[in-house]
Design a protein around this ligand. Structure first.
Ligand SMILES: *Cc1c(COP(=O)(O)O)cnc(C)c1O
Length: 423
């Protein structure tokens, strides 16, 4: 049963949009074209979603004008009485939603949240154990191109070459031999639930902090469709814009004893003034995530991902770990005789928008897909089977221009029945 969670009001308040069109027609045209692109193609990027009109309204509000360095009741600027109320609401809702003792809602992004967590718990040069980048670790988990790889000594764990699952025995062996100051669990591509209790046990074994980077699954956690890292991790880092369906931004959850260290690590250590319009929009999203409709949404996201994974396997893709527990699917297109880059190009030409991603224990890359956005649009079981069919048609043998435009039309017809925003 598809769960219709599609927002019902106009994406852009007409009056505001008229003002933009009058003041800057060139940029108005870009915004309209992007709105049309999002509505007329299939958004299968695992990290993306459609926020509600209420979230967009908060983002486009005059709170964007306010400077508010510091925290509610302790700001470095005047006139913060009302934005203090907004931030307190956001904090209280985040704490209630995730059952956390403390929440910091100021990180500008998921990466900023991770930076602050490291700043709170580590010193430059400390050893950190995290999922290796070839297995699904994020840039902030030790990439040499990122501050994390430059300032800390990262050791990477991997996944079992046969099952694709995290090898907890290997994690323990690496923890015992490298004695990390912190262990990071979380990934950009791992499609299965993480065993947070096992990570807690390993961290305790070696006296390490446990940091859960739950940027991807935190929305599923909010909807009760994935296990929560909050009872196990010292610090939970997250984004608010992936399955959680809020504005672009970060979030940190922790226990009371680390609260002031985390707050100081966000401001003033790694950030300046908080973005109050974004914080208000986070509060709106947390409020939406508390509803039964969001619980139903989160479960439908997973149901949809399982059906889509199965249908893609039937179409000839090799699915990492054989399926998914989450919104994420990692697919190898090698059995179709295509590398991921070529497949992504053919899919894009037909209006199926998705990413390539490192494949564990493989030379080439794979495709990473997610069902958060299409589920927000109200798509369900039947549409997932249809999407897999369109996928197969797009990457199929007869990939000629005529075929592409036929598939492109079919994609338009499908998404036309599930507009992300209606007016
Ligand atoms: C998305 C993601 C991030 C970073 O979020 P940004 O908002 O893009 O900075 C960090 N860690 C993980 C595991 C992620 O999936």
């Amino acid at each position: 049963m598809p769960v219709s969670t599609a927002p019902t009001a106009a994406a852009t308040a007409p009056a505001d949009f008229a003002a933009l069109r009058g003041a800057d027609p060139q940029m108005a045209e870009v915004l309209l074209a992007e709105q049309d692109r999002q509505a007329s193609s299939l958004q299968l990027i695992a990290a993306e979603n459609f926020t509600s009109p209420a979230v967009l309204a908060a983002l486009g509000s005059p709170l964007a004008n306010k400077y508010a360095e510091g925290y509610p009741g302790a700001r470095h600027h005047g006139g913060c009485e009302l934005v203090d109320v907004a931030e307190r609401i956001a904090i209280d809702r985040a704490k209630a939603l995730f059952g956390a003792e403390h929440a910091n809602v100021q990180p500008h992004s998921g990466s900023s949240a991770v930076l602050a967590a490291y700043a709170a718990l580590l010193r430059p040069g400390d050893t950190v154990l995290a999922m290796g980048l070839p297995y699904g670790g994020h840039l902030t988990h030790g990439s040499p191109a990122n501050f994390s790889g430059r300032w800390f000594d990262f050791v990477g764990y991997g996944v079992d070459p046969e099952s694709g699952l995290i090898d907890y025995d290997q994690v323990r062996v690496l923890a015992r031999s490298h004695r990390p100051k912190a262990i990071v669990c979380g990934s950009i591509a791992y499609p299965r639930h993480i065993d947070y209790a096992a990570f807690r046990d390993i961290a305790d074994d070696v006296g390490a902090y446990l940091i859960a980077d739950a940027a991807h699954p935190i929305g599923l956690v909010a909807g009760g469709a994935a296990p929560s890292p909050v009872p196990y991790a010292d610090v939970v880092c997250a984004t608010t814009h992936k399955v959680l369906r809020g504005p672009r931004g970060g979030l940190i959850l922790c226990g009371s004893e680390l609260a002031s260290r985390i707050d100081r690590a966000v401001f003033p250590f790694t950030q300046g003034g908080a973005q109050m319009h974004t914080i208000a929009a986070k509060a709106v999203a947390f409020g939406e995530a508390e509803t039964p409709a969001f619980t139903a949404y989160a479960h439908q996201v997973v149901t949809n991902a399982r059906i889509l994974a199965q249908a893609l396997a039937a179409a000839g893709c090799a699915i990492t770990t054989g399926g998914t527990d989450t919104h994420l699917i990692l697919a190898d297109t090698t059995p179709l005789g295509l590398d991921a880059h070529t497949a992504r190009g053919r899919l894009a030409a037909c209006g199926l928008v998705l990413d390539t991603c490192a494949l564990p224990h493989a030379d080439g890359r794979g495709l990473r897909l997610g069902t958060a956005a299409v589920t927000t649009q109200g798509m369900g079981d039947a549409e997932m089977v249809r999407i897999a069919g369109l996928f197969a048609d797009a990457v199929g043998e007869q990939s000629k221009e005529a075929n592409d435009s036929k598939v492109r039309e079919e994609v338009r017809e499908l998404v036309g029945r599930f507009p992300p925003y209606t007016d």
